[in-house]
Design a protein. Structure first.
Length: 149
């Protein structure tokens, strides 16, 4: 991975279920995230996605692209155009910097209205952590007993 590399895009259908489930999962019970009528009374054309759901989707995008050993170290995002049901958000990323096993990625999530989210994610790369030594020793001891029997 090098500075300037781009990550494959991810298209996320923005469904009513995704918006409501994300709000509930993050304990954000504001009516604008689940009640279309009240959202319209407050000036929005429909319910819209909360920042915590967006934050989670940005994190998922980066870790899915970097692999199972990637670990998020910093996520700094800013919301723009709201995500409403029926739209699609396309997440894209560009590598801004690579230093050792640390990478900084510029992420943009765009929908039909414009940029829903912009920001940077810092992550460390790496393989999966090795299996604990005790587990390996226990398996070897079991195999040894089975062979002796």
């Amino acid at each position: 991975m090098e500075t300037g590399d781009t990550l494959a895009p991810l298209e996320i259908p923005v469904t009513r279920t995704l918006i409501v489930a994300g709000a509930i999962a993050s304990r954000d019970y504001q009516d604008v995230h689940h009640d279309a009528e009240l959202a319209r009374e407050k000036g929005s054309p429909d319910i819209f996605m909360n920042i915590l759901t967006t934050n989670g989707l940005v994190g998922r995008y980066v870790t899915d692209r970097l692999g199972p050993g990637a670990r998020l170290r910093k996520v700094a995002i800013r919301l723009g155009a709201p995500n409403h049901p029926g739209d699609t958000m396309v997440l894209t990323g560009t590598v801004l910097a690579v230093e050792g096993d640390t990478v900084e990625i510029r992420v943009i999530g765009a929908n039909g209205l414009g940029h829903h989210v912009t920001g940077t994610v810092t992550a460390t790369l790496g393989g999966l952590p090795p299996a604990p030594a005790a587990a390996g020793a226990a398996a070897a001891a079991t195999a040894s007993r089975e062979t002796a029997a």
